[in-house]
Design a protein around this ligand. Structure first.
Ligand SMILES: Nc1nc2c(c(=O)[nH]1)N(C=O)[C@@H](CNc1ccc(C(=O)N[C@@H](CCC(=O)O)C(=O)O)cc1)CN2
Ligand SMILES: Nc1ncnc2c1ncn2[C@@H]1O[C@H](COP(=O)(O)OP(=O)(O)OP(=O)(O)O)[C@@H](O)[C@H]1O
Length: 210
């Protein structure tokens, strides 16, 4: 199962990322659908989701596990939903922009749908990350300590760097397919730790030390 341990020992993040992205991309439509349903079942049970009033999630691409089944449920519960938007004039940082039924959408430079720039530019349509209750973060890989690997742009790490300091902080929930688990991932100094990882088959919380 964890046949990629060899990659993490060698520290070859680029090769590991490529392999993990391949794994999720080759899942069949049926496997994708089942995984999304199982993921959302688990997410709905989590206290960090049930008590949240402001949540960010993402629109999946290229085999990413799909958290959007949560949307009707969240809307029913009057939870405000936000999407990550590539922040203009800023290196690899995100804005979190309101996602209503009527939010005008465009594709960003990675081909991911996001609220259009005119909508996102209006401050009233955005929420600073510290004011969100919970972020659902897309993972490329994770390990049993809930360490994460993302797309490699450092978007989430940069946008959440404020969490190193005292102050209000959202709960971070990483999500991925079970096949994206590896034995151990290298932890980088800039990595912001997740509170929990949820896949279609399990919920992993890091063992707290210190
Ligand atoms: N669905 C989704 N939305 C998201 C993220 C994500 O991981 N998933 N992000 C999380 O950070 C941000 C976008 N980050 C990204 C970082 C790198 C690449 C990337 O490397 N894409 C190409 C390169 C193609 C190109 O340059 O056009 C690739 O897939 O090889 C894509 C998105 C914000 N929105
Ligand atoms: N707070 C930060 N300030 C400046 N650079 C950062 C910060 N966080 C991460 N980076 C840079 O971003 C790059 C990508 O980091 P990494 O490989 O950990 O991405 P990732 O965590 O997989 O991506 P993402 O956060 O988008 O999911 C690294 O070169 C790193 O130096």
């Amino acid at each position: 199962m964890n046949d990629t341990a060899v990659f993490s020992i060698s520290g070859d993040k680029v090769a590991l990322r490529r392999e993990l992205r391949r794994r999720r991309r080759i899942l069949s439509l049926d496997q994708q659908k089942q995984a999304a349903a199982a993921l959302c079942q688990r997410l709905k049970q989590l206290p960090e989701i049930r008590r949240a009033k402001r949540i960010s999630l993402y629109l999946p691409v290229n085999g990413e596990i799909d958290p959007t089944h949560l949307i009707p449920w969240l809307r029913q519960r009057k939870v405000s939903i936000y999407l990550p938007v590539l922040r203009p004039f800023s290196t690899n940082r995100l804005w979190f922009v309101a996602y209503h039924e009527s939010t005008p959408m465009v594709k960003n430079r990675f081909g991911i749908a996001e609220p259009c720039s005119r909508f996102a530019a209006e401050r009233r349509n955005r929420m600073p990350a510290w004011a969100l209750d919970t972020l659902i973060v897309p993972l490329v890989g994770f390990d049993k300590q809930a360490n994460r690997m993302g797309m490699g742009g450092g978007f989430y790490d940069r946008s959440l760097a404020f969490m190193r300091y005292q102050g209000p902080a959202p709960t971070l929930i990483g999500v991925a397919h079970a096949c994206q688990q590896v034995a151990t991932l290298p932890v980088e100094p800039w990595d912001i730790p997740l509170d929990v990882v949820v896949s279609d088959t399990m919920v992993i919380r890091p063992i707290k030390t210190g």
